[in-house]
Design a protein around this ligand. Structure first.
Ligand code: ADP
Ligand code: MG
Length: 415
């Protein structure tokens, strides 16, 4: 592992020295103002209670506090793993004036060096090195906040994630509830989210179902079946192809047909407010390609189609659906507070399908930023209603960190 210093680092170092010399800063301000408007220099009289003198004193104090806040913010860094939505996250952090650190696999160094808003690269052979003392102490020295995303969940166990010493943005404990399909179902029930029925035994399959793997597997190896026989045949086929392993616990859920919608939210524990950010759609291969093949040819296919995410595109909802969207988001936030303290803080996503009656059924949630938010790097339609500036999810996260640092509440937004 080695650290690669990118641009802007000297600026941060300079500000570090600046902060260490805070004492001199106070002194300089005091001396300047003393010289300019010291009572004795005004008209040779003692004017300690002079109104003008007091106002200037207050202004001096305010300026010092402002400078201190800027220094504190500059001393905080945002770190994430190089994958998934890291570009959006670090660009947002840079736009907010925070230092940016990327934990980057050696093979992707060339790619990420292209982006000038990344201040520092920590090069690793595998993302698991983020757990090593060496990596964690670099993050600690930089006062870094780690932003978790799908890659962290896909590549590390819940125990590993929970053992990370670096402050994790949001709630690292809820990530276990995302990774384990049974726990996920329990939290969704607690939040009264309408769900497609789960099927606990393959022999009970009597309608179209989807069979899924644990964790954020990204849809690879998922398959559909309409009978126990189909389930066993396809499972065996995927095992023989090396896609699934023999002992893998699979999760079976009723297949919900309709328009897929991935609802993205942000909950601010500082403002105690839920924001609806946007909706995306996922393009999944090769299930999506099937629609381009005539039924006659489809029937001859022997390959089991997969749900591997390739990319995302934006979607806006009928306005009449928004009320229920907020309600589901709020129910989810409340349920999370009850079940897994400190609750669903930061970004999350409720994923599901609208049926022919515009009724939503949620097949799962993500308890952290989703890659679908990458489509709104310049701001989303719904955030343009809430903010008078371009606001990406990455920037929203950085804004929350900045506000927390300024008000000494970092503990409230990290775990
Ligand atoms: N119950 C369902 N009905 C219809 N499609 C589903 C259902 N569950 C999952 N899918 C499809 O499979 C994809 C992956 O499933 P998901 O539960 O989101 O797993 P992951 O954790 O891998 O994202 C979804 O994006 C969606 O296209
Ligand atoms: Mg999903």
């Amino acid at each position: 592992m080695h650290i690669y210093l990118h641009k802007n680092d000297s600026i941060c170092t300079n500000f570090g020295l600046f902060a260490q010399n805070e004492f001199y800063l106070h002194k300089t301000f005091a001396t300047v103002f003393h010289t300019i408007i010291h009572p004795q220099t005004l008209n040779g009289q003692k004017l300690q209670n002079n109104h003008f003198y007091l106002i200037v004193q207050q202004i001096t104090v305010r300026i010092i506090h402002k400078v201190q806040k800027i220094i504190t913010i500059i001393m905080v860094a945002v770190a994430t793993l190089g994958s998934h939505c890291s570009l959006q996250v670090l660009k947002g952090a840079k736009d907010e004036g925070l230092k940016t650190i990327l934990v980057c696999e050696k093979k992707r160094e060339k790619l990420y060096k292209r982006f000038p808003f990344i201040d520092e690269l920590i090069i690793v052979d595998s993302f698991k090195e983020v757990l090593d003392q060496k990596c964690q102490s670099i993050l600690e020295q930089n006062n870094a906040v780690l932003i978790p995303h799908g890659t962290l969940i896909a590549q590390m166990s819940s125990e590993e994630i929970e053992s990370i010493k670096t402050p994790v943005f949001g709630n690292k404990w809820i990530l276990r509830w995302e990774s384990d399909r049974e726990m996920k179902e329990k939290l969704m029930r607690e939040a009264s989210l309408p769900m497609p029925a789960p099927i606990s035994d393959p022999k009970d399959i009597d309608k179209m179902v989807i069979v899924k793997r644990q964790g954020a597997a990204g849809g690879k190896g998922y398959f559909m079946a309409a009978s126990p026989e189909q389930y066993h045949t396809k499972r065996e086929q995927l095992i023989s192809e090396g896609v699934l392993s023999e002992d893998e616990t699979l999760y079976i859920q009723e297949y919900a047909a309709g328009v897929l919608a991935y609802l993205q939210f942000f909950y601010s524990p500082l403002k105690e407010e839920l924001e609806f950010f946007g909706v995306d759609q996922r393009h999944e291969s090769d299930i999506e390609g099937l629609a381009r093949i005539p039924a006659e040819q489809q029937l001859k296919l022997t390959k089991v189609p997969s749900f591997n995410v390739i990319g995302n595109s934006p979607l806006v909802l009928r306005e009449s659906l928004l009320e229920q969207v907020y309600e589901m988001g709020e129910n989810f936030v409340e349920a999370s507070k009850r079940i897994v303290s400190p609750g669903m803080n930061g970004p999350f996503c409720i994923e599901g399908v609208y049926d022919e009656n515009a009724q939503f059924k949620s097949f799962e949630f993500s308890a952290r930023i989703v890659a679908g938010s990458n489509i709104y790097m310049d701001g989303s339609p719904y955030y343009s209603l809430l903010f008078n500036e371009n606001m990406s999810m990455g920037k929203r996260i950085a804004r929350e960190i900045k506000t927390a640092v300024q008000s000494n509440q970092l503990d409230k937004i990290t775990t």
